[in-house]
Design a protein around this ligand. Structure first.
Ligand code: HH2
Length: 286
């Protein structure tokens, strides 16, 4: 399977590691670490050297402890210089922008991103679908509920008897809306949105049932990296110390059909996923 991006196609019949580059002062695990263009560039070089296939640049946090709405102009100011710098320094690496705002997506596309990663799955800004359709860029549609300031909380975490089915139905509706707006099916990646309006039990169920999501016919991405459900299982309170738990989630997800992995710790993900993939392929050959 290939994923159609703005100027190229990416082979997703192997694990794709997407390195997180948060140029925010307040992200839940790495806020303030890479929020100058120089620091971001140096981190980007490091992630590519460690095996990242794609870099995802974000200028607005959705962290559970009171994420603040960032005005579009401020978010644009944070991400566009970094994207332009990365485009020039690492032209072979596809870049993605993590935003729910069409104004930011437009500026990021102009600065050189190949992919728009919308954690609201095009729910929060109706112009988003048209802008992505016109740009013919890759899109990541993630499941969530609520607004940026409460989507990572439990404010909207009430589901019916079949919660996984509810999530899949909602995500399918967002996908259909993107298709109706003219986004190509081959440009779409779907993400269950682990931890977004979901208690840990539901995040685990979604991981366990990933083949149902993959059956919608698009490559599947997961963002388990350092998240709360991993902290709960491992009793690790510090997000940056949740690496080994993250590895467990990634490998389990790979085995269930996920092919794209949004991570903070690139080297560990690259090694673990490549080894797990080699085992899976050896199994297919016999
Ligand atoms: N998770 C976060 C942000 N963006 N995008 C996708 N597609 N999937 C995810 O699971 C996902 C995402 C939250 O993590 P992070 O960027 O590290 O934190 P913050 O939102 O605080 O910046």
């Amino acid at each position: 399977m290939t994923w159609q991006l703005r100027t190229r196609a990416l082979d997703v019949d192997r694990p794709i590691v997407v390195g997180v580059l948060n140029v925010t002062p307040d992200s839940f695990s790495d806020g303030g670490l890479h929020d100058t263009p120089r620091a971001a560039l140096s981190r980007a070089h490091q992630m590519v050297a460690e095996g990242a296939d794609v870099l995802d640049v974000g200028g607005e946090s959705t962290r559970p402890q009171g994420a603040r709405d960032v005005p579009a102009a401020e978010e644009r100011r944070r991400v566009t210089p970094v994207i332009a710098l990365l485009r020039a320094a690492l032209p072979h690496v596809p870049l993605s922008v993590d935003t729910v705002k069409s104004e930011v997506a437009e500026a990021a596309l102009e600065a050189g991103v190949e992919i728009v990663n919308d954690v609201s799955g095009f729910r929060l800004d109706r112009r988003m679908a048209k802008i992505c359709a016109d740009a013919r860029c890759g899109v990541i549609l993630m499941h969530s509920r609520g607004t940026v300031s409460d989507m990572a909380t439990f404010a909207h975490a009430q589901y019916g008897e079949a919660a996984v089915t509810d999530v899949l139905d909602e995500l399918r509706a967002q996908r259909d809306m993107a298709l109706d707006a003219g986004v190509a099916g081959e440009a779409i990646v779907l993400d269950p949105g682990l931890g977004f309006a979901k208690r840990s039990g539901l995040s685990l169920e979604l991981l366990a049932t990933l083949p149902r999501l993959a059956a919608l016919g698009h490559p599947v991405m997961i963002g388990a990296s350092r998240k709360r459900f991993i902290g709960e299982i491992t009793t690790v309170t510090e997000p940056a110390d949740r690496l080994h738990g993250t590895t467990g989630a990634n490998v389990a997800a790979l085995d269930r059909g996920a092919r794209l992995f949004r991570v903070h710790d690139v080297r560990a993900a690259r090694h673990a996923l490549d080894v797990a993939w080699a085992v899976m392929r050896a199994g297919m050959a016999t």
